[in-house]
Design a protein. Structure first.
Length: 365
């Protein structure tokens, strides 16, 4: 069991992950935590008591994670809050967070959670002075010292006007991408786009609660692809992973479960098809031509903008029938259009070219 021996914790991360929430919030928090760990800071994670949580995964990365006990966690309030602002839930959550770390001297709390806003933050700031919020919705007020939003959107600064204090440091856009260190060795200035697509990568995030992977397998099977390797990656909390494995065996697709070599698979791919989550920024970093489905409504504006800029191809919402004739034609067309794939690669690399994460680290010192 990972534990904390010191009385001082430099950074406390408040984040949740499970089948419903997904894994994106946790992955970007872990990425930042690993950057800070290299600088010898002490770190602790705090999470709710949720089914299918990723506490063991956090421990595996070398971090201590404390969860709210069952008696201190109101699951019904959590579910209610997802659709309606629940101040009582937030105050209880903040109280539980502070209870867990009450015996430690904490410098910063970092929160990445759509269900928490200024109500939670005001309560936290009674005890902890420094607060970093990681967000990409821009749909609620925050009381924080730093706000980080690494997504691409039009009028970035205007999105958070009147939502944060005047003294808040706004770090906005892909230049503040929290990029996992494993991708550094694969950095390319210009990806070599092959005339013939040999490797297609399929990934719908760590959870894929709607089983989009199964749907895209059916779509690709209908195309009757010849001499193309189809690589299917499923995450650790994907409830359909056994079914997907059997399908891959039947269709002779390559199957990878909870792989720790995702950067290698991305780098080796000629085309990506999957969800429009935070994974797209890593694909952009490597210049991989990408076709994505919008799996959450909050992704729509960003993906539409990136599609208009020619950085990816938007296949629309996963709520519609994924395996339809329109998508079949779009995918088949791109397979044989090297010029379009070259454009997608170049445009995506240009968006992610600048990196200013050092500014964030400096502010956290």
């Amino acid at each position: 069991m990972i534990s904390i021996n010191e009385k001082k914790i430099d950074f406390v991360f408040r984040v949740d992950a499970n089948l419903v929430i997904g894994t994106g919030h946790l992955i970007r928090c872990l990425t930042l935590a690993l950057i800070l760990k290299k600088r010898k800071y002490t770190i602790c994670f705090v999470s709710s008591f949720l089914d299918n949580n990723l506490i063991k995964y956090i421990n595996k990365q070398g971090f201590y994670c404390k969860i709210f006990s069952k008696k201190n966690f109101d699951k019904s309030a959590f579910n209610q809050f997802k659709t309606k602002n629940n101040k009582i839930f937030q105050i209880n959550d903040a109280r539980n967070t502070l209870k867990i770390i009450e015996n430690y001297n904490c410098r910063w709390i970092i929160v990445d959670h759509y269900s928490l806003d200024i109500t939670w933050e005001n309560f936290i700031k009674k005890r902890i002075n420094k607060l970093l919020v990681i967000d990409d919705l821009a749909n609620r007020k925050h009381n924080c010292d730093i706000l980080l939003d690494q997504n691409f959107n039009e009028n970035l600064k205007k999105r958070y006007s009147n939502l944060v204090p005047k003294k808040c440091n706004l770090l906005l856009g892909p230049e503040y991408l929290l990029r996992r260190s494993e991708f550094e060795k694969f950095k390319v200035r210009n990806k070599n786009i092959k005339k013939v697509v040999k490797n297609i990568l399929i990934f719908f995030g760590g959870a894929d609660k709607n089983n989009n992977t199964k749907k895209i397998i059916a779509l690709l099977s209908s195309l009757k692809l010849l001499n193309i390797n189809v690589n299917i990656i499923v995450g650790s909390i994907n409830p359909f992973h056994k079914e997907i494995k059997l399908l891959c065996i039947k269709k002779k697709f390559n199957y990878y479960y909870n792989t720790n070599k995702i950067s290698h698979h991305m780098y080796s791919s000629d085309l990506f098809i999957g969800s429009a989550g935070s994974t797209i920024w890593e694909l952009f970093y490597l210049g991989v031509p990408s076709m994505v489905f919008i799996t959450h409504t909050n992704q729509s504006r960003c993906i539409q903008n990136l599609h208009s800029m020619g950085a990816l191809i938007n296949l629309g919402s996963d709520k519609k029938n994924i395996n339809n004739l329109v998508n079949q034609k779009k995918i088949k067309s791109l397979l044989f259009n090297i010029k379009k794939r070259q454009e997608l690669s170049k445009n995506s690399i240009d968006i992610i070219k600048k990196n200013n994460i050092k500014k964030l680290i400096k502010l956290l010192n």
